[in-house]
Design a protein around this ligand. Structure first.
Ligand SMILES: C[S@@+](CC[C@H](N)C(=O)[O-])C[C@H]1O[C@@H](n2cnc3c(N)ncnc32)[C@H](O)[C@@H]1O
Length: 498
């Protein structure tokens, strides 16, 4: 992963900055007036190091939405821009001339459809392997931002900004956005477009590998350093600042899985000396949890929102990663396949769609299906409709109390692994059939129950009963429920392995 610190642009990149025509200006031109030599990889930029300027291999790319050219006439949309001033205000760019600034309207942003068209004009094709189906409807993008409740000063993590179309709407709502993009080319373009936008930090890398938890901690630490703690923060949207650098101290998460990321990431921004956020913030990596200027560990800071039009192939892994971060994230608002969204927001057991993922989702959050997004709103057009789903994350203390979260989820996954089997069979070899029957009976459940019959609460009770049994057996309080032959087999296995 590389983190885009605009202030840390290397020397050659700075040279590029001087010779390139600012992308902002090119994006404002109507499509018909664009210079054929205006692509990133051509003319004035020759010789400057840029990531991946050639088009990707054909097999990896989607066919563009054929309806796109006909909609290109509308190249701008009117957006209410908060007091920060809009990024397309060319005058804010030190390399832009005064006359350019005067002619640019800060209240306009390029339309989503024209941004995608610009990609194609620059011979950049959407990559299937990265799930690149770009939203091209500013109305939908605006609806997402409104549904996510994004407002001025909110901290938003966006995964897969791609064209920046959703990013623009988030920024227009006044959010401070940190966006993680894996694609080299799109990351490079965003880097160019937003280099003078202190409200956006870009992270280059795979969202599943960059260490998102540390990225989020960095966002919160930076926020903490920039401003004093809010006087009356709503409890559900706050996190104890002392926990930011060190992780949660609550005993409610008995077995937090260790973070795999290498280092905390702390955004730094250009030209932000007088802005609401600092240019540099190193405390996240030096462990200064209290914040040198922020008044000690008693203060509280806000939590982060996650808003993303996700590539469908990373939805599951990203949810596994983010759902347990209810101490840092208030809510996730993500676009996923419509059918998957319906399944994931199911709350009642019994149906064939009731899965381990439902139990896990409800354990960590309150999911809500928000609205369907027609496939024709994307380019290239995917084979399925999308949907916006909101997950309101539960802070660790509000989750169901289980002896071990890891053991609980292992139990649920095992129970659903053979859905047609009764749990006294599917849970073997984690637990013997006798153990499972005893535990089910102890919970007041049918001993023939299958996984799809149980609610989250019933799984929680079952896991507690099984845990108590295991502890009691360990202390010799219960007769071992396994049959003598099974024990003999275990013993034999042990000897063989030795
Ligand atoms: C569905 S597109 C969304 C683009 C844009 N946000 C929009 O709404 O039009 C998904 C984006 O995620 C990026 N992406 C794919 N896999 C990723 C990963 N593992 N980590 C970060 N970004 C990823 C793609 O390059 C692409 O830009």
């Amino acid at each position: 992963m590389t983190f885009q610190s605009h202030a840390n642009l290397n020397h050659s990149a700075k040279l590029c900055q001087r010779v390139q025509q600012p992308r902002q200006q090119r994006m404002r031109l109507p499509a018909g007036r664009r210079s054929p030599g205006g692509s990133i990889g051509s003319s004035p930029t020759k010789g400057c190091p840029r990531p991946e300027t050639q088009a990707p291999r054909k097999a990896e790319t989607h066919a563009p939405n054929p309806s796109l050219p006909s909609t290109l006439k509308s190249t701008e949309v009117q957006v209410d821009v908060p007091t920060m001033g809009w990024m397309w205000q060319v005058g804010s760019n030190a390399t832009a001339s005064g006359s350019q600034a005067a002619s640019a309207s800060p209240r306009h942003m390029p339309s989503a459809v024209s941004t995608v068209a610009n990609l194609y004009e620059d011979r950049i094709k959407a990559k299937k392997s990265l799930g690149q189906n770009f939203l091209t409807d500013d109305g939908v993008l605006q609806d997402i931002v409104v549904a996510a409740g994004v407002g001025p000063g909110d901290l938003v993590l966006e995964v897969g900004p791609g064209t920046g179309n959703l990013t623009k709407h988030l920024l227009a709502a006044g959010a401070h956005v940190t966006a993680v993009e894996k694609d080299d080319t799109l990351y490079g373009r965003l880097q160019d477009e937003y280099r003078n936008v202190p409200e956006l930090s870009l992270v280059h890398g795979d969202a599943l590998k960059v260490g998102l938890e540390e990225v989020i901690r960095g966002m919160l630490m930076q926020e903490r350093q920039a401003a004093p703690p809010c006087a009356h923060p709503p409890a559900e949207t706050c996190v104890a600042v002392a926990e930011l650098a060190t992780g949660p101290t609550s005993a409610a998460t008995p077995d937090p899985e260790p973070s795999t990321s290498a280092a905390a990431v702390t955004p730094s921004r250009p030209n932000s000396t007088s802005g609401s956020r600092p240019g540099k913030a190193a405390a996240a990596s030096n462990g200064d949890g209290g914040g040198s200027g922020g008044g000690g560990g008693g203060g509280r800071s806000r939590k982060v929102k996650v808003v993303a039009n996700l590539p469908y192939n990373i939805t599951k892994d990203l949810l596994l990663l983010l759902l347990p971060l209810g101490d840092l994230i208030s809510d996730l608002h993500i676009m996923i396949q419509h059918e998957a969204a319906v399944r994931l927001t199911e709350r009642t057991p019994g149906g064939p769609e009731w899965r381990a993922a439902n139990i896990r989702t409800l354990f960590y959050s309150r999911p809500r299906y928000r609205f369907r997004i027609s496939r024709v709103k994307y380019d290239p057009v995917p084979g399925v409709d999308g949907a916006l789903v909101t997950f309101s994350l539960l802070p660790p203390g509000a989750r169901p109390a289980v002896p071990s979260e890891r053991a609980f989820h292992a139990l649920v996954v095992k129970a659903f692994s053979e859905r047609r089997k009764k749990m006294r069979n599917s849970l073997q070899p984690l637990h013997s059939s006798n153990q499972v029957e005893a535990a089910l009976a102890g919970c007041g459940l049918n001993v023939d129950a299958r996984a799809q019959d149980l609610t989250l609460e019933q799984f929680v009770t079952l896991s507690c009963h099984l845990h108590q049994q295991t502890v009691a057996e360990g202390m010799g309080l219960l007769r071992h429920p396994r049959q003598p032959e099974e024990l003999d087999q275990d013993m034999g296995r042990g000897w063989d392995e030795a």
